[in-house]
Design a protein around this ligand. Sequence first.
Ligand code: ADP
Length: 240
Amino acid sequence: MIRLEDVSVTYPGGVEALRGIDLTIGDGEFVVIVGLSGAGKSTLLRVLNGLVPATSGSVVVDGTEVVGASAATLRQVRSRIGMIFQTFNLVNRTSVLNNVLMGRLSVVPVWRSTLGLWPARDREAAMVALERVGIVDKAYVRASNLSGGQQQRVGIARALVNDPAFILADEPTGALDTRTGQEIMELFTRLHESGNTIILVTHEEDIAAFAHRIIRFRDGEVESDEVGAGTKKTAEREAS
Ligand code: ADP
């Protein structure tokens, strides 16, 4: 579970990116944070993984207070979070499998990863993650040879390989065409239905429509918090 209490973030220079946010997100939710550029959406994600310190308030992730936490505690919190980015952040000159294994860098000894001697269980976990995102047949292809949608699937597999409690996605469809973006959202829907907690940031309404809960941000504040259309779609799928 994630709980924010009265969280504010003021960046050096004085921009108030978040103002007194109170928010609880339960295990297994599929939440989209929607709002215009500059509303504070990315700052919210960065506060959750401790990349940006809250100026005041409390941020509890999976039972651990993030505000004022030590580096070791932050590492432990981050190991429970899978991050997905708009620009995929892949290493293009290496294989899809190696890119997914990079999700394990924080837990595998450096000498092993440097020599490419990844433990067998990590390789297996990477293949399972690629299976889940539907591109296991591309494991040995160079990342640069994939389409944008396939590259984002690699980014998602890299997040899944640590079996994270929470998946945080920052504009994951922002670099994709509409149809590919919808396919990626269908993938998030399947991940949610298999039990993952997803918090996804977007400024696009048609992307937000996939979520089960839509939280609108405006000028660093929560403007509304409603049930999303994804709830109905999942219920229809389960009934059929
Ligand atoms: P969104 O993700 O909704 O576009 P952000 O969280 O990126 O919004 O930004 C919220 C506000 O904080 C904006 O006014 C932005 O310019 C400002 N901001 C974001 N990052 C920084 C930073 N590192 N330093 C100073 N101001 C920042």
